[in-house]
Design a protein. Sequence first.
Length: 412
Amino acid sequence: MDGDDRVSKRVRAAHRLSAVKVAKVKEPGLYEDGAGLRLVVTDKGTKRWALRLTINGRRVERGLGVYPVVGLDAARELATKLRGAAKQGKDAHVEEKQRRLSSSTFTEAFEAFFAIREQQLANGKHVQQWRNTMRDYVLPKIGRRPVADVTAAEVLDILKPIWFAKPETARRVLQRLKAVFDSAILRGARERANPTIGVTGELGTDHRQVTHHAALPWREVPKFVRELRVRAAMLVTRLVFEFLILTATRSGEARGALWEEIDLEAKLWTIPASDPVTGRRMKSGETHVVPLSDRAIEILGEARQLHAGPVVFPGTKGQPLSDNTLSKLMRDAGTAGTPHGFRSAYKDWCAETGVRDEVSEAALAHADPNPVRAAYRRTRFLGERVSLMQQWADFVCGPGGANTNEPQTEAA
């Protein structure tokens, strides 16, 4: 047998499938083409190519694509390439994958990272914030750059224009850049160090002081609530605002309150850690129980008379009121501060009236910053907080909810 005959025989032994056979076969199973190449037909009718080969003594299987995107001839050509590399101890499939990864752009790296991170975010607002910062500050500058090649100098160029002008935005951009580059390094798309390292030290941190929500002084809260009740706003808006103040909760928690969370008989509001529809409810990620004062119960009674839907304080379409609704009410009233600031006013009132710090912190659903102490503390001081929230309501609204208290003045 001459050389041509031997080659012809090997080809016939390897090339067992035909283009017609591949196109027509429907029965689930493995269809061998020979030399490790096979067509896999799944129970759902999908057809894909797989190649079994040995690389450095280790038996592996490599996918070559889905039929008909990858036809019979193309699958054989790919198989030949991988077999040749395997004889030299190389995995051409992995090398090609690595080559594609290393040439991926920052935009592609971001999308790969965010496909997973998006599922971890609390709600759609946070998702949009991520995309907005990338769209406005990052992608126009490095979106098309290979993620493997982006330098610290380029990161500095992104942050310099906003580092002092918009410090909070700059902090978030830097935080998100770091996360994307960390992801790229983990996935093998980048071998160099994260280019965000050292950026804060280079740009400086003196201006980056923690900013707190502007708060109305605690002594002025009763006056604000009296005026709130007669303001030209929807009744449901006035009710939810007063409820927010009396429960010392965050805006989103109060606006998202559901009737199923309220136990009127026990006078308790149990805010779940998260909601399957709206996402995270509590910033702490833990369920929070709020004792309800007499006036808070009165507010719930008024709210129940307005509608019969699942949301306690709904907007016109039955959904929770928007975040801007309460802020606008304060702006229209010409009142300094923010809705969130009433939590600070409550905290200050607690401090001034001798409430133990751990009790007021539990009322605000703040996590204990001391990990050792937090590990041993199991109580949330619910019994003490029942009395505390009623005292707060009596200060804000007057005994019985009449709102007769006048703001106190400092002692001479």
